[in-house]
Design a protein around this ligand. Structure first.
Ligand code: GLA
Length: 402
């Protein structure tokens, strides 16, 4: 039975606005690094397309397509099973997969045989968001099972743990609730560490309690900053553009996660999907495709596998870009003194008009070299400003260097 656990987006947007103020006041320390997720994780997750229907065959097909399509060569590596794989526990309390996943170890071996990595999903609560078995009271046992199966990535989703927080604290004192939540996330982190298998740790608790401030302290490599994304321009734009201000909290080993990609799922047009890919790259966000990889058209492939845009996301300095608008102009510092600039036209109902970028606004006073990362075209040397017409809901993304 699905257990609806939904949070109003506006709460998260307010939280993010508050975080922006905090970030201005006290920049987080950089340089906390980790061999896991030294750049934002890239891969695929079953949820956005398959939801609870996902099967062993779907996951194998995703792994096959990740290799055959060229996605693996473009940097995608994790094949992540989201909610819907869990069965019951045996008499000793060991978690079993349900009948859609007959042999998790064999599936993991298959994914690894392709040079890819396997991800799995659970909750600190007794039940997941889909109402399946969670890890509450079985944290160490579940971590050991994942390690035995050969799991490389865990998405740990708060879900029904919220009811535990309420049960222990009927007055819902936010500080006490946050302390319980941190302890629950820390507990699974310790369990993962004790397996001695490197398992990327991905927190999913929708940004509650300003997770970006304490995620690294509980071992998180990534943490969701908002409620669930939907395959619509409105949902994607609300989430993506609301990340402004969180840049101080991201860096190698620990990343803000504005949720998975919807590219190729059909609810947005190509310009809008290019906006998601560009914005997520500017945000140094995890790039987890959420479509059916075995049925991709050429446009979807060209968006998910734009290596020049991926290089912006994966830049080894690990800076998250920041907004310098209005309008929606974002800049991200890259290695070697280069910068990525994304100019978005986020209004969808007006005629697109020429927009002028002043180069000094993105930190270039002299002349700069520029390249258009979607047109795959060198623009030569620019001086002073750059004027361009950006399609409605679309983006022009540039790389500039002195
Ligand atoms: C929550 C998460 C989603 C997905 C579902 C699965 O809503 O935020 O990303 O994992 O649970 O039930």
């Amino acid at each position: 039975m699905p257990m609806p656990v939904r949070r109003p987006l506006v709460v998260h947007l307010l939280g993010i606005a508050a975080a922006a103020l905090i970030a201005l006041a006290c920049p987080a320390s950089r340089g906390q690094s980790s061999a896991l997720a030294s750049t934002p994780p890239m891969g695929w997750n079953s949820w956005n397309h398959f939801a609870e229907k996902v099967t062993d065959a779907d996951v194998r097909a995703a792994a096959d397509a990740m290799v055959a399509s060229g996605m693996k060569d473009a940097g995608y590596v994790y094949v992540n099973i989201d909610d819907g794989w869990e069965g019951d526990r045996d008499a000793q309390g060991n978690i079993k997969a349900n009948s859609k996943f007959p042999d998790m170890k064999a599936l993991s071996d298959y994914v690894h045989s392709k040079g890819l990595k396997l991800g799995i999903y659970s909750s600190p609560g007794p039940k997941t968001c889909g109402g399946y078995e969670g890890s509450y009271g079985h944290e160490a046992q579940d971590a050991n099972t994942y390690a035995e199966w050969g799991v490389d990535y865990l998405k740990y989703d708060l879900c029904s743990y919220m009811s535990i927080m309420k049960l222990h604290d009927p007055s819902q004192n936010p500080q006490q609730a946050n302390a319980m939540m941190k302890a629950a996330y820390q507990k699974m982190h310790s369990a993962l560490v004790n397996t001695h298998r490197p398992i990327l740790y991905s927190l999913c608790q929708y940004g509650v309690g300003s997770v970006w401030e304490w995620g690294p302290a509980v071992g998180a490599n990534t943490w969701r900053t908002t409620d669930d994304i939907r395959d619509s321009y409105r949902s994607m734009a609300l989430i993506g553009f609301s990340q402004a201000g969180l840049e101080k909290f991201a860096g190698p080993g620990h990343w803000n996660d504005p949720d998975m990609l919807e590219i190729g799922n059909g609810g947005m047009n190509a310009d809008q999907y290019r906006t998601q890919m560009s914005l997520w790259a500017m945000l140094a966000a995890p790039l987890l495709a959420g479509n059916d990889l075995s049925k991709m058209d050429e446009t979807t492939k060209s968006i998910l596998m734009n290596k020049e845009v991926i290089a912006v996301d994966q830049d080894k300095l690990g800076f998250q870009g920041r907004r310098i608008g209005p309008p929606q102009i974002w800049v991200k510092s890259l290695s070697g003194g280069a910068k990525a600039i994304a100019i978005f036209n986020y209004v969808t109902d007006d005629e697109a008009e020429p927009l002028t970028l002043q180069l000094k606004d993105v930190g270039f006073t002299g002349s700069v070299h520029a390249r258009d990362l979607w047109a795959h075209k060198d623009l030569g040397v620019l001086r002073g400003s750059y004027t361009v017409t950006v399609p409605q809901g679309g983006v022009v993304m540039l790389r500039m260097w002195p």
